[in-house]
Ligand binder design. Structure first.
Ligand SMILES: Cc1ncc(COP(=O)(O)O)c(C=O)c1O
Length: 459
């Protein structure tokens, strides 16, 4: 195997096969058992009631033998497809040698650091350092908060409304989702939120951009109600994923880079959902051609769905000392091996271009659908992070409609996900290895389902 099998050979099949009711008998048993044993925090099976047996490429098989097309990819984890053999082989080899090395050097670790540095945005390649903390995205955010506070000696941290950065207390503080936070306050002090520029909520994108930047300027310069001095850092998703697949107007990230640099405030770009090729570049920051002070990565970075996250930052910020950011799991070596292989696989199989091409196809199909379905009011995204927004004739969000679309797609063998605080946005983020045929079949299913649901509900 040079760089593994081509993307079209990774899957169980090109189309779904649903022969059992959903959930099937075996899935039902496992779902019941889970509900009886596991915490009530379990959420995903409430929307997608299946128990998973195995997965390959862009396909998932449940324990009843139904095969689905996966247009959710573990919410942006399986960029090179589930169980990609080129990636798995290396992770398994590493697992057989040694799995846990705290932060002792291993060849796999150093190779991965080089691989990550080589794809980092802007001028970071050759000038970056990487901190590994805990295994999941939110841990990278916590590291970045500490990095910003340490380097600036300031306390203030700034996020965007409806941004999502994770479930631990610092990341939650930065997130702009009040429903996730309200039961756990007080969170971190000295936190401010500024408006994310949402083009479809303004007459023009320029107006959305200016409204956002005005508040950013005030907060970052320390001339706002929140802060009388500049904060430590500003955290931004280059495309808001969970907040509704919101693509900001052109120039947004460049302006943020300029404003933050003027006040020595760190700009931290959260690429946990948008990174590793999802938007058609290695990182969504690349579309804006900026160099963030720090970038947080997670989700797809562990190659084979193995938990790994990291904070990559400008070398000059590496002022802290041993164990300034600590943890037992400071980077999982099999996940690093998988991560290096995933980077190789993406490059060797031109998956950045594929993400652009396939994303354009998904958006085209959704735009055609928009002509027939007045409840589909907006289609947006970049590469393979695509959103479709549903509202009623009075402009009210339609989360029930989106839920119904998701359920009916599942019954037809297509897994899709949702986004937005109100849950009225359909989010499509399939693996980058999706084939043309799978893309056509998936969008045909979605088209039928949206037509049926809107006809039946009369909305
Ligand atoms: C942009 C962004 N940041 C951070 C996180 C948190 O990552 P994790 O759930 O792996 O902790 C997520 C998760 O969805 C995310 O989308």
């Amino acid at each position: 195997m040079s760089t593994g099998p081509p993307p079209e050979e990774l899957h169980f099949s090109q189309r779904p096969t649903v022969t059992e009711p959903i959930p099937g008998p075996r899935s039902s048993d496992l779902l019941d058992e889970q509900a009886a044993k596991e915490a009530s925090t379990v959420a995903y099976p409430l929307s997608l009631p299946i128990a998973i047996d195995s997965a390959r490429g862009a396909t998932i098989e449940d324990v009843d033998g139904n095969v689905y097309l996966d247009f959710a990819a573990g919410i942006g984890v399986a960029n090179v497809g589930h169980s990609n053999p080129y990636v798995l082989e290396a992770a398994q080899e590493q697992l057989g040698a040694v799995a846990h090395t705290i932060d002792f050097p291993t060849e796999a670790r150093l190779e991965f650091i080089d691989a990550l540095d080589s794809i980092a945005p802007g001028t970071l390649p050759g000038n970056s350092r990487v901190a590994f903390g805990g295994p999941t995205g939110t841990n990278a955010i916590e590291a970045s908060i500490k990095l910003a506070k340490y380097n600036t000696g300031r306390n203030g941290i700034v996020g965007f409304d409806r941004g999502y950065h994770g479930g631990t207390m610092g990341a939650l503080s930065l997130s702009g989702w009040s429903s996730y936070k309200s039961d756990y306050t007080p969170l971190l002090p000295d936190v401010a939120h500024v408006p994310y520029p949402r083009p479809n909520e303004y007459e023009t994108s320029e107006a959305a951009l200016e409204a956002s930047l005005e508040e950013v300027r005030a907060v970052v310069s320390g001339r706002s109600e929140d802060f009388e001095t500049p904060p430590a850092g500003l955290w931004v998703e280059p495309i808001q994923g969970s907040g509704g697949v919101v693509v900001p107007p052109d120039g947004f990230l460049q302006e943020l880079a300029e404003i933050t640099a003027r006040h020595d405030v760190l700009l931290i770009v959260d690429e946990i959902q948008t990174g590793m090729g999802r938007t058609g570049e290695w990182f969504a920051s690349d579309h804006a051609d900026i160099t963030p002070d720090a970038v947080t990565v997670g989700k797809a970075v562990g190659g084979a769905g193995l938990p790994l996250s990291a904070t990559v930052y400008r070398e000059e910020l590496d002022t802290w000392g041993p164990s300034a950011h600590a943890g037992t799991f400071r980077g999982h070596v099999p996940a690093m091996k998988a991560g290096s292989r995933a980077i190789e696989y993406i490059a060797a199989h031109d998956l950045l271009d594929r993400a652009t091409e396939l994303g354009a196809y998904l958006q085209d199909r959704l735009r055609e659908l928009k002509q027939q379905c007045p409840r589909l009011v907006d289609v947006r995204g970049r590469g393979l992070l695509v959103g479709a927004e549903f509202r009623d004739a009075d402009g009210a969000p339609l989360p029930d409609l989106v839920e119904s679309i998701q359920t009916r797609c599942l019954r037809r063998g297509l897994i899709v996900w949702t986004a937005g605080i109100e849950g009225h946005i359909l989010r499509l983020l399939p693996p980058l290895v999706l084939t043309d045929e799978q893309a056509h079949v998936g969008m045909d299913i979605l088209q039928d389902v949206v037509g049926t649901v809107t006809d039946e509900t009369g909305r």
